[in-house]
Ligand binder design. Sequence first.
Ligand code: PLP
Length: 418
Amino acid sequence: MNSPIWYPYAQMKNLAAPLEVESASGVHLHLKDGRTLIDSISSWWCKIHGYNHPEITQVAKDQLDTLEHVMLGGLTHQPAQKLADKLVEITPEGLNHVFFADSGSVGVEVSLKMTLQYWINQDRPEKKKIATLTRSYHGDTLGCMSVCDPFNSMHKAFSHILMPQLFLDTPTSGFEANQIQLEKEIDELNRFIKNHHHELAGFIVEPIIQSVGNFNFYSPEYLQAIHNTCKENEVLLIFDEIATGFGRTGKWFAANHASITPDIMVLGKGLTAGYFGHSATLATSKVFEAFWGNEDKLAFMHGPTFMGNATVCAVALKGIEIFERENYLDKIAHIEDSLKSYLLDLQSDKIHSTRVLGAVGVIQVKDSHSLEGLQDFAADRGVWLRPFDHVVYTAPPYIINDESLEKIALTMREWFIK
Ligand SMILES: Cc1ncc(COP(=O)(O)O)c(C=O)c1O
C-alpha cells in the first residue's frame, strides 16, 4: 500500500487498504463506503464506553474551554488531583501513589524504572533483572520489549540487543485450573523465584489474561502464588493491568480475583475511556518510601511532558463515574453469560479451544491459516473483528446491547460452521 502513514504491525508492501472510518457512535463504526460495523474489540480494548459517549465528550469539551493542558512540573490542577484520589480509592488497597504517563508502554517503562531504582536506592544494585512469564506482552518500547515473550513475540529479532531478563514458562492450566497441573506449575514458579531472587528486582505479569499471548487465561490461585513467592523472596510484583483493568476480566481489576495488592500496578486503555492515550502507574507506600529522603539522588527522575493532562484526567474521571453509576460490572457479567452460551459449545475440526472470561470471548484455532479471510468475512456481515496469530476474539464495549452481541457471536460461529 502506498501511503505516508506507516501503519502498525504490518508489512506495508502487502497491506490491504485500511477501512476508512468517518465517524463512530455507541458500538458502531461508520465507514466512508457507507457500511456500519459493530466494533467487537473496542479499538484494541480501550473503548469500554463505546464511541462518542455524550457525557464524556461533553466533559472533554468543557475541560478544553477551561484548561486543556499544563505541565505537572511545579504546577498542578484539580482534574489530576481528583483522578489520583479516585484511582487510589478504586484499586486494590495500599496502592496510594499515582504516576501519570502518556501511553501504556510508557506506563510499563515507568514501572520497570521504579522497580530497578527501588533497589538502587537501597544499595542493592545486584537486584537488576525483571522476571516474567512466556507469552507476555507489555508494549513496544525497548524496556517493554525486554519483558515480552522472547521466542514467540514480534520482537524476537531484537533479543541480542534488549536487556536480558528472566522468563518462566507460563501456566497452561487455565482459569479454573486443573489442580494437579496447577500444583506442578506453582512448584516450578517457587523454584524459579528461589533460584533467582538474589538478582531479581521485580516480576511483571499480565494478571489472569495474557492478551497478545493467544489469550492464555490462568487462575487466581496461580496469581496468589506469584504474590506469595515474590513477597517471601524480596521481589517487587508488578501487575500490568493495561488490558485487564477496568472490568475486562469481570472484576474492576484482575488483581481482585485473587484479592491481592501488587507493589506496582499499571493502568491504561479503558482508563481514559479510549479518548486519549494515557497511563497511571500506581505504587504502594513501601515502594514510594524508597524514593523519599533528603538526598536528591533518591528521587524518581521521570516526567513525560503530557503526564496528567487535564483533559485526559477530566475524561477519565467521568468514565469512572459512569462505570460506577451504570453498574458496569453487572453489564460485564451479562456479556460473560451471553458469550459463554454462544461460544463455549462451538466445535469444529479447526478449533483448538474456546474460552470466555468477563467481557472477553476467545476462539483459538489449531492452524492460524484457518483465520485468513475472516476479517473481510466479518466486515461483510457488519462486524469489525481482527484475528491474530491463532485467535479470533471479541472484547466489546460494555454498553453493547444483546442484539449487537449476538451479531458478533453468530459471525464468529458462522466462520467455523459454514
Ligand atoms: C498488557 C499490555 N501492556 C502494555 C500495552 C501497551 O500499551 P500502549 O499501546 O498504550 O502503549 C498493551 C497494549 O496493547 C497491553 O495490552
